[in-house]
Structure formats: C-alpha cells, structure tokens
Write a protein that binds this ligand. Structure first.
Ligand code: GTP
Ligand code: SPV
Ligand code: MN
Length: 638
C-alpha cells in the first residue's frame, strides 16, 4: 500500500524549467499522485501520521515526536560499488588503473561501467538510457513528492538551490530535517530561471502493486540500485535504495559529489569535514575543520565536551560537510550546507556524547536502532545496563525480541539518528552566518590501530595536501565493506569525489601557489591506536580529545613564548611529551607518540603503489616530490 497524503497536484509557482523537468519525470515515473512540498509543520505531521498508520515508522512512547524506521536488511548503508559519476570523458572522473578495470560480473550492473578504488564512471548517455528503463513506471501506485530545498544558509552567496523528486515519504521528512526545505528555498526557486538548480530524482524502485514481498514495510530494490551523478548536467539520479546518503540527495550526492565538481569549476572546496569552534581559557576563539572517514568520529568531535581541561569551550557549526571559499582578504571561510545531523547511533552515550544524546529526545527519526518495551531507544554503547530484574525487553532493528545471547547487535552498526541542527545545545553563534566562519586549522584523521601517532602537524600546505592524500583508515559499517581492513581514503573523500582524484589534488595544491592567502595549518590525528596485547584503545578519546585540540590550538599562535613545542620527525611535527596536556596531569603514554620508521617505510610503499596503480598519469608532480622527500627523510633515520 502507499502512504496516504492529501496531495496538492499542482506545479504552480515552480520556475518554468523546473516545471518542465518535473512534468517530464511525472510522465516517466507514472505516479498515482504528485505533491509539491511546502515544508510546513502540517504537511510534515500528515506524512508522519500516515507513515505511522502504514507501519513504516513507529512512534516512541517515551519521547516527543520521535520515531523509529527499520529498513530492509539489504538496504542499510551507502553502496559504493553502485555509486557512479557519469560524464562524457572518463578521465574527468577516474584514471585508468595500471592493471586495467575489473570485469563487471554482477548481471544487474551495466557491462560498460568502470569501477576503481577511487570511484566509478560511466558514459552519461549510456547511463541515461539505462536509467530511463529503470524509472519507466517505477512510481506506479505511489505519490511523487517534489522537494524544493537549499544547501547552505539563506542569502549566502555560497548556497545552492536544488529540487529532489522522490516517491519515499521517509525521504521527504528526513530532507525536511537535513536541508532548508520548503518555503524559503521555494521563493528563491521562483526568482531563479532554473538553470543553476541541482535536479535530483529518486525512487525506491518498487511500483505498486508488487509481486515481491516488501520486507519490514521498507520498499527497496537492492539488485537494481544505482546512485548516479551527472556533474555536467547538475543532476543526480538515484534508484532502488531508501537509505541515508543513497536517497537523501542533498547530502553526499549534492553537497559532496556534485559539490566538489562545482567547487573545482568555481574555485572553492566541498569537503567531508566537520566545522567546530574552540575557545581557549583566555577567551580566544578559533575555527577548525576536520576530515575523518565515515563513522570515524566527526559528529563526536564537533560536539566535544572539554570537561577535563577547564576553561575550554567547543561549539558546533557542522558535523559532516564543509563548503569553503577563500574570501577577499584571503581567509578560508566555511559554511555547513546542511541543516541537520544524520549521526551514527551506536556508541552515543551520556559519557561519550551527552550533547547528541540530549538533542535526539525530541523530533528525531531513528533508523535501524532497537526499541525497548517502554518506548525508548537502545543501541550498543548507549551506556545503559540491559541485564537485571526490571529491565524492559528489547526489540532489535530486525523487529525481533533481542538478548545479548543472540550474539548479534540489537541496533545495526550503521543505525542513525536524524535531528535538526537547531536542537544542538552548543551551536556556535555564527553557525548560520551566510559568509561562513574563518578556518585556521584543517585536521585529517582515521582509524589506525597501529603506527599512526595521536597527532602530528604537517610542514606546510603542500606537505599537508600529501598527508590528506595518504590517509588510510579501517573499514566501517557506513558502507558495504566487511571486516576491518585498512583502506586508503584520501581526504576522507574516496566515496565522495565528484571528479578525478588527481585533478582534485591539483586543485588543492593550486591554493599553495596563490599570493595573499592565509592558508590554514594542516594536522593529522588518530584517536584509535590500540594496545597490541589487550586490543584496548590506548587513548580515552571523546572529551579527552580536547588535549589534542589544545595542542593544535597552541601550535597556531604566532607568539613563540605561548606556542606549544614540538619536534621534527620524518612524518611531521610531533608534540614534546611535556607539551601535550596528559590525562590527570601525567605525560601521555609514550606509545601514543611513537614513530616507527619501519612502519612508515611500509606505509610509503603502500601509498606509492596506490597512487601508481590508481592515480597514474594524473598524479601531480608535487605529490611525487613529497613522497620521495618523505622516503628520503625515513632513510636518513636509523
Ligand atoms: P559519519 O556520519 O559516518 O560521517 O561518521 P562520523 O565521522 O561523524 O563518526 P561519529 O562521530 O558518528 O563516530 C562513529 C563511531 O566512532 C561512534 O561509534 C563513536 O562512538 C566512535 N568514536 C567517535 N569518537 C571516538 C573517539 O574519540 N574514540 C573512540 N574510541 N571512538 C570514537
Ligand atoms: C557517511 O557515510 O559518511 C554518512 C552517512 O555521513 S550517509 O548519509 O549515509 O552517507
Ligand atoms: Mn559522513
């Protein structure tokens, strides 16, 4: 059955080019109804109520306006193998791997698809033909929703207007949280001629009536899923998945993949980065961005509680994506294009992230978390005891009665909360500034159980770009990979590049040669070192990360008497034992700052192979220079 909605069936008020686009898609998808969303409270409530009636979401008794959705177990994360950038020329998107392209063995994927570890490419015209077939009649029996929305603050010169067409009411209510959706964006749409609007088309790919059983009321079509991007047409077309970054097109599809491609053309940066402010005990405030791969700690760092270093304050601007432009004075200014958080639930507790835990108890849509019999949420690492006499019973994300003995998690490891940014109690006063905030440090990081120290500072911009390019991290549940293999994830952007990574590097390097820019310093952190014997984390992380942030802060001052001291190593500047503010006044565990030349020599080999194999002739000379210089520094060490 479809979710009932009092559809307005009117396209009045849409700019003519958009009206034509929408009409064309209505004709193609053949929905029963269509509805132009205004983003109002009433519309939202009507959608939530009808989804609740249809059993698509369940209301949580314990909280105000909170719901749980559980998905088809085959539709739980981004699908990188089916995420594709489509252009005329392949080299605009990927380089030919030295060992050639792997053959496409999945019969549901186009034979001419080119898959590489740095992104997938296909010819635009060929892909459009395939999509035409997938979308033909794909919304029969359903309502087609038209969502006008804006990425970035209203009246910001850096914001972009977009429209998403979808047949998923879950996507509509989620987009209303994650983007500035409805009336304001709609006004801008009316004024605009439509040519600069990013167009997104999404379907769950299950026309009604369907002969296949729909799993747990979550329609999706995993075999036929394709998440495609057309940077030359400013278009996104996504089929078959209703989950997260696959279907909420404003997020990874627009703000990162189309965004990075626009950014290159227009001379700015669209990055997978949180934005935070840090105020030191003297009242000096600085803004930082940080790029960590999916599920590696951005939301947590953006909401850090610096309780153990008195006098420090951290405030949040964004937890996932930063759009950054150099202003007329040469300062790098960042806006958060999003309007909400789509955050990882597991691991969120009173002690790790109290700010997030507080904010999700109102107006939140949870996906794939577990539910207790008294109407509360539950997930691994929520910090509540689940054994004992008076504990409620737990219903897992698979809608089964759950207990620890089942040997599987109650909540999916990639389960998420979706909450409006305004509910965050530590928003920076400038979070919505149309001009953005001035960035002084860029922090890269990843999940590295061995070898990579807690923090180091790059020597300069070019070396910092090399550090970003060389990033690696353990695989997480945010995409379809199994196990914990260490994957290359340059700039935490591997799944999100909208154009050729080699050219992306050249774009980053180009800022190093421009006069009068105040280039931020570039750092690398690793919260995830493990003790080889016990396999426990060596660093407490979370709130204690302020000690590393404090060191970074003190590295940024020009007053040498105040500057935190550091010593030079082949990988960069490392804190002196005594300048990194250790836990309870102690020096930090030396294992956190160890540099093993043997480890880094191996790392260099892996990076060289990776670049050689995958970036090939598009690798900028500066990066080869940095790699050679790094190896030379290592060879001089005993
Ligand atoms: P995406 O939304 O996928 O981009 O993820 P993210 O980068 O925002 O990661 P998030 O902050 O949601 O953290 C992901 C997981 O890592 C959660 O389970 C956290 O509890 C855990 N985590 C975050 N910060 C730390 C830390 O400092 N130490 C440890 N040990 N775990 C952390
Ligand atoms: C990520 O995977 O980096 C996310 C979640 O932030 S999703 O929106 O699904 O991409
Ligand atoms: Mn992310």
């Amino acid at each position: 059955m479809d979710v009932f909605i009092n559809a307005n069936n009117s396209l009045d008020g849409l700019p003519i080019k958009i009206r034509e686009y929408v009409q064309e898609k209505i004709d193609l998808c053949q929905p029963t109804n269509f509805h132009l969303c205004d983003g109002s409270e009433e519309e939202n409530q009507q959608l939530l109520d009808s989804m609740e009636q249809a059993g698509v979401i369940r209301r949580l008794k314990k909280y105000k306006n909170c719901y749980i959705a559980t998905t088809d177990p085959r539709d739980v994360a981004r699908v990188e193998s089916r995420t594709i950038i489509c252009t005329k020329n392949m080299n605009d998107v990927i380089s030919t791997p030295r060992s050639g392209f792997p053959p496409i063995t999945d019969p549901n994927l186009p034979k001419n698809l080119k898959q590489t570890p740095l992104g997938n490419w296909m010819d635009s015209d060929e892909m459009l033909e395939i999509l035409e077939k997938r979308f033909s009649g794909c919304m029969r029996g359903r309502t087609l929703f038209i969502i006008p929305y804006m990425m970035g603050p209203y009246s910001s010169p850096y914001s972009k207007i977009a429209v998403e067409i979808t047949d998923s009411p879950y996507v509509v209510v989620s987009m209303r949280i994650m983007t500035r959706m409805g009336s304001h964006a709609f006004d801008d749409l009316k004024e605009s001629d439509g040519s600069t609007i990013v167009k997104c088309l999404h379907s769950v790919g299950v026309p009604l009536p369907t002969d296949k059983p729909i799993c747990s009321t979550w329609p999706s079509n995993p075999e036929q899923t394709l998440v495609t991007h057309f940077p030359e047409r400013n278009e996104i077309i996504s089929f078959g998945s209703g989950y997260g970054g696959n279907s909420l097109c404003g997020k990874k599809c627009l703000a990162l993949r189309i965004g990075s491609s626009l950014a290159r053309r227009e001379g700015w940066l669209a990055e997978h980065m949180l934005i935070m402010s840090v105020t030191n005990p003297e009242g000096v405030k600085k803004y930082f961005v940080a790029a960590f791969p999916s599920a590696c700690g951005k939301t947590n760092l953006a909401m850090l509680r610096p309780q153990t270093l008195p006098g420090y304050k951290v405030e949040c601007i964004g937890d996932d994506i930063a759009w950054m432009h150099f202003d007329e004075d040469g300062h790098l200014r960042a806006i958060n294009p999003e309007y909400g958080f789509f955050g990882v639930a597991p691991g969120t507790s009173k002690s790790t992230n109290p700010i997030a835990l507080d904010m999700v108890h109102e107006n939140t849509i949870f996906t794939n978390v577990a539910e207790t019999s008294d109407g509360d949420v539950y997930w691994e690492g929520i910090g509540e005891e689940i054994d004992g006499l008076h504990q409620p019973s737990i219903r897992s994300w698979k809608n089964k009665r759950w207990s620890v003995d089942l040997g599987e998690p109650a909540a999916h490891p990639n389960s998420r909360f979706c909450t409006a940014i305004k509910q965050c109690s530590i928003l920076d006063p400038e979070w919505n500034n149309p001009q953005g905030v001035p960035i002084e440090a860029i922090i890269f990081g990843g999940r590295r159980p061995i070898g990579v120290p807690l923090v180091y500072e790059s020597f300069n911009w070019q070396h910092g770009v090399f550090v970003g390019a060389s990033m690696r991290s353990e695989a997480t549940a945010a995409a379809e990979f199994k196990g914990k293999q260490i994957m290359h994830d340059p700039f935490a952007m591997r799944p999100f590049f909208g154009y050729n990574f080699g050219k992306y590097l050249s774009h980053w390097l180009s800022f190093g040669n421009k006069p009068n820019l105040h280039l931020p310093k570039i750092f690398h952190v690793n919260w995830f070192l493990k003790d080889k014997q016990t396999n426990e984390f060596l660093w407490p992380g979370f709130g204690e990360n302020i000690r590393v942030i404090d060191w970074i802060f003190r590295r940024l001052t020009n007053d040498l008497s105040q500057q935190a001291s550091a010593y030079k190593t082949p990988i960069g500047y490392i804190p002196d034992q005594t300048t990194l503010n250790g836990i309870r006044g102690n020096n930090v565990n030396p294992a956190l700052l160890e540099i093993s030349t043997e480890f880094w020599r191996e790392e260099c080999k892996a990076i060289r192979n990776y670049f050689h194999e995958n970036v090939n002739e598009n690798l900028p000379d500066e990066i080869t220079f940095e790699l050679n210089a790094f190896e030379k520094r290592l060879s001089q060490e005993v």
